[in-house]
Design a protein around this ligand. Structure first.
Ligand code: GTP
Ligand code: MG
Length: 387
C-alpha cells in the first residue's frame, strides 16, 4: 500500500550517466529501531531503500524480531517475550544487554533511535540506548512518536514519561504525534494503514537529515559538521518537507508542512535548507536569491544558516526541499499563528483558537515553566484536522 504524503514518491526516470548523483558515505550513521513500532518503522525504511545508513532492530519480543528485515537484530532481556506495556521492564531488559548495545553503537558518528513511545520495550529501552550513545560521544538523535489519542491515557502517560527521559540523552529529539495521520485518514481507517502513514513520516524525517549529510552538494554542500552544529544540544528540532513544481512552491509548502511537534519553524535559530533538483530543472540565481531572502526575513531569530543543493535526477522536473531547523533555547510562542481573524477555514473552532492563544501567551510569560515543549503548530494543526 502506498500513500502520497508529504512528497510524492519520486518517480524514476532515465538518468544521464554523465551527471551522476554523488554520495558521501564517509560518515557512519546507524538507524536503530526499538520495540515493535520502532522495528516496523525500520522495516519500512529498508523497503524504501533508504541508503548510506546501517539498520539495527532491537526488541524484547523474539518472534517479532525474527520477522524484521534488518540484518542486525538484538534481542534484549532473556525471556524473549514482549514486556506487556511496562516501561520499567523494558528498561530492565536493556540493562541486561548493555554490552551488546554498546558494541552495536560502537563506530557510529551519528545514530537515530526510533521508537513508538507508549509501550514497554521502546519507552523503557530507547532512553538507555540514547544514554549509551551519548557516552560514546556519538551525535544522538531520537525520532519518536506519541500514541494516537485513541490508544488511551495509559499509553499517552507512558509516552510522556519516556519522551522526557530520552530528551535528557539526545542531542536532538524529533517528536511525531501519531494523530497527525488524521490529515490523511479518518477513524475508520485500519490501524495498519494508520501506522503505515506514521512509518513514512518517520522515514522521511530521518531521510531528510541523512540525505543532507551523505549526498554531496552541487554548488554548496551541507556536510556532517553543519548538521552536527544544528543538532548538537538543541532544545528542539523541527523539520519541514515538501516538493513543488519550482523552488518557490516547494519552499512555501516546506515552511508549512511540519509534521513534528514544536513551534513555528520560523522561530528557529539554526536553519539548514537542502534543495534537491534534477539537471532537467536546475536551481537558478533567482531561486538562490529567494532562499536567502526567506532565511533573512522570515527566520527572525536566525543565527546560523546554510542553503545547500543536491542533484537528484529521479526528481525530473520537480524540486524537493527539506528544512532542518533547531534552537538551543526553549520555544517562545508565535501567537500570530493562532490569529483567528486570519483563519479562512470555517471548520476551525475560533473560540478554541482564542483559548489556545491565551494559554500560549500565559506560557510565554511564565519564565519558570519547566517543560515548555510547546506545541503551538501542532495544536493549531489539530484543530484543523481533528474534529
Ligand atoms: N510507526 C509505528 N508505530 C507503531 C507501530 N506499532 C505500534 N506503534 C506505536 O508504538 C507504540 C508502542 O507500541 P509497541 O511498539 O508495540 O510497543 P513496544 O515498545 O514493542 O513495547 P511492548 O510490546 O509493550 O513490549 C504504540 O502505542 C503505537 O503508538 C507501527 O507499526 N508503526
Ligand atoms: Mg512489542
Amino acid at each position: 500500500m502506498s500513500f502520497d504524503i508529504l512528497l510524492p514518491e519520486a518517480e524514476e526516470v532515465s538518468t544521464d550517466s554523465n551527471v551522476q548523483e554523488e554520495s558521501n558515505p564517509i560518515v557512519t550513521i546507524k538507524v536503530i529501531g526499538v520495540g515493535g513500532g520502532g522495528v516496523n518503522a525500520v522495516n519500512s525504511m529498508i523497503d524504501a531503500k533508504v541508503s548510506n545508513v546501517e539498520f539495527y532492530a532491537i526488541n524484547t519480543d523474539k518472534a517479532m524480531l525474527s520477522k524484521s528485515k534488518c540484518d542486525e537484530k538484538i534481542q534484549i532481556g532473556k525471556e524473549g517475550f514482549g514486556v506487556g506495556g511496562d516501561p520499567q521492564k523494558g528498561r530492565q531488559c536493556a540493562n541486561e544487554s548493555i554490552e551488546e548495545l554498546q558494541d552495536m553503537l560502537s563506530g557510529a558518528d551519528m545514530v537515530f533511535i526510533t521508537t513508538g513511545m507508549g509501550g514497554g520495550t521502546g519507552t523503557g529501552a530507547a532512553p538507555i540506548i540514547a544514554k549509551l550513545a551519548q557516552e560514546q560521544g556519538i551525535l544522538t538523535v531520537g525520532v519518536v512518536t506519541r500514541p494516537f489519542t485513541a490508544e488511551g491515557q495509559t499509553r499517552i502517560d507512558n509516552a510522556d514519561k519516556g519522551i522526557k527521559e530520552i530528551k535528557q540523552y539526545t542531542d536532538a529529539l524529533i517528536i511525531i504525534p501519531n494523530d497527525s495521520a488524521y490529515t490523511y485518514i479518518d477513524e475508520k481507517t485500519p490501524l495498519d494503514t494508520a501506522f503505515g502513514i506514521i512509518d513514512q513520516v518517520l522515514r522521511r524525517s530521518i531521510e531528510s537529515i541523512t540525505d543532507t549529510i551523505t549526498k554531496t552538494g552541487k554548488h554548496i554542500n551541507i556536510d556532517f559538521s553543519d548538521v552536527k552544529r544544528v543538532l548538537r544540544n538543541s532544545e528542539y528540532v523541527v523539520i519541514g518537507l515538501s516538493d513543488g513544481k519550482d523552488c518557490k512552491e516547494a519552499l512555501d509548502k516546506a515552511l508549512e508542512n511540519v509534521f513534528v511537534e514544536g513551534p513555528d519553524i520560523r522561530e528557529a535559530e539554526n536553519v539548514l535548507i537542502n534543495v534537491s533538483c534534477s539537471n532537467n530543472n536546475p536551481l537558478t540565481l533567482a531561486d538562490r536569491k529567494l532562499l536567502d531572502e526567506v532565511v533573512r526575513k522570515d527566520f527572525i531569530n536566525c543565527k546560523f544558516s546554510k542553503v545547500g543543493d543536491i542533484v537528484s535526477n529521479s526528481l525530473d522536473t520537480r524540486v524537493k526541499i527539506s528544512i532542518i531547523a533547531s534552537s538551543t533555547k526553549k520555544a517562545t510562542i508565535q501567537t500570530e499563528l493562532f490569529d483567528s481573524d486570519d483563519c479562512e477555514d470555517d471548520n476551525i473552532n475560533k473560540e478554541e483558537i482564542k483559548k489556545i492563544k491565551k494559554e500560549s501567551v500565559d506560557l510565554k510569560e511564565d519564565t519558570i515553566q519547566e517543560d515548555i515543549f510547546s506545541k503551538p503548530a501542532y495544536e493549531f494543526w489539530k484543530l484543523k484536522h481533528l474534529k
